[in-house]
Design a protein around this ligand. Structure first.
Ligand SMILES: Nc1nc2c(c(=O)[nH]1)N[C@H]1C(S)=C(S)[C@@H](COP(=O)(O)O)O[C@H]1N2
Ligand SMILES: [Mo]
Length: 327
């Protein structure tokens, strides 16, 4: 019986402080203003459920099957998370601040979709999603995912290495960073009404990180096309970094020689830095990072350095002794 017992992986949403509750001054002021609006409007319930999401109200559209041969080089070393949990317990702030945004996210229109390559590239261009798909070969990779809120999952993603997109973009040799921008369409995304967030959601990697063999562009999961709530039609998957680095529903990829300040870092730089590599020994100001709860069961397991991917990534950081690599 499930009565009277919260599952462990639900705790970050229900009891601990989720990622978004960064009460810096700006957010506190804007938050107070928003509450004032809600009180004055007389439809508090409706507004709150729009802001924080609610249990899926819109039935999920059936997702076309998408299969690819598993690449067994990247064994996850633990059981897959249940598909239901991985596709209904999400962080996608554009659709609301709760974990239950899968209903709201059904409003995302992914066709037509294109990705813009800009900044330090041979020639700026836009490529349609279908054109990208024609130029890549898909594989399935089961990766561990670790959110900074200390929940984790293990997912069979389908996609292709980001290096394939880098080749299409033709960045110039002087580019040092890649910046990924998520769609920001207020008509589809009610969370954008939260004005104190620095929309659009952006994230960045060094060119070296972007070219790492693990860095993956995901277009499917569990043998199906990627659901909107998980970042359709294409998202980043960077398994050795905290989950917020893996930007969803990407519309723009920009190359630059200046280190970008991303969405979370702009909001609260003491809590979210550029590197954000997983390290159990470095606590977040609000969470110990020593262990994690696996989605779909109560198991609390130790967190691994680099989320267990040190063999592939640690060498990129040996010379960066002065950097805050784990915030
Ligand atoms: N655009 C966008 N990308 C995002 C987020 C978001 O709110 N908006 N949340 C991030 C965080 S904090 C995590 S943990 C993962 C969650 O991915 P999932 O919902 O597929 O588990 O997406 C990341 N990418
Ligand atoms: Mo996260």
């Amino acid at each position: 019986m499930l009565i009277g017992r919260k599952r462990g992986w639900e705790l970050p949403d229900r009891m601990a402080t989720p990622e978004h509750l960064v009460l810096n001054r700006r957010a506190a002021i804007a938050g107070a203003a928003a509450l004032g609006t809600i009180a004055a409007s007389g439809s508090a319930q409706a507004q709150l459920s729009r802001l924080f999401g609610s249990t899926p109200s819109t039935p999920a559209k059936p997702l076309p099957p998408l299969t690819a041969a598993p690449n067994t080089k990247y064994a996850a070393g633990r059981a897959l998370s249940p598909e239901l949990q991985a596709t209904t317990y999400n962080n996608y702030y554009e659709f609301g601040l709760s974990k239950s945004v899968s209903g709201a996210a059904q409003a995302l229109v992914v066709d037509p979709w294109s990705v813009e390559f800009t900044g330090m590239v041979a020639k700026p261009k836009k490529i349609g999603f279908e054109d990208i798909m024609k130029q890549v070969s898909l594989e399935e990779r089961t990766y561990r995912h670790r959110c900074v809120e200390t929940w984790a999952m293990t997912v069979p993603w389908i996609g292709f290495p980001l290096s394939r997109l880098l080749a299409m973009a033709e960045p110039s040799a002087s580019a040092k960073y890649v910046v990924f921008t998520t769609l920001a369409d207020p008509k589809m995304m009610p969370g954008l009404g939260q004005r104190f967030y620095p929309w659009p959601y952006t994230e960045g990697l060094t060119m070296q990180e972007a070219a790492n063999e693990l860095t993956f562009v995901t277009v499917g999961m569990y043998g199906k096309t990627l659901p909107p709530q998980n970042g359709a039609p294409l998202r980043l998957t960077v398994p050795w970094k905290y989950g917020f680095k893996s930007a969803k529903s990407i519309v723009k990829i920009e190359f630059t020689d200046k280190r970008p300040v991303s969405f979370w870092e702009a909001l609260q730089d003491s809590e979210y830095g550029f590197w954000a590599n997983v390290n159990p020994a470095v606590p977040h100001p609000r969470w110990s990072q020593a262990s994690e709860t696996l989605l779909g069961n109560d198991e609390r397991v130790p967190t691994k350095m680099w989320n267990g991917y040190g063999d592939f990534v640690a060498s990129m950081y040996t010379d960066k002794t002065k950097e805050k690599l784990f915030v």
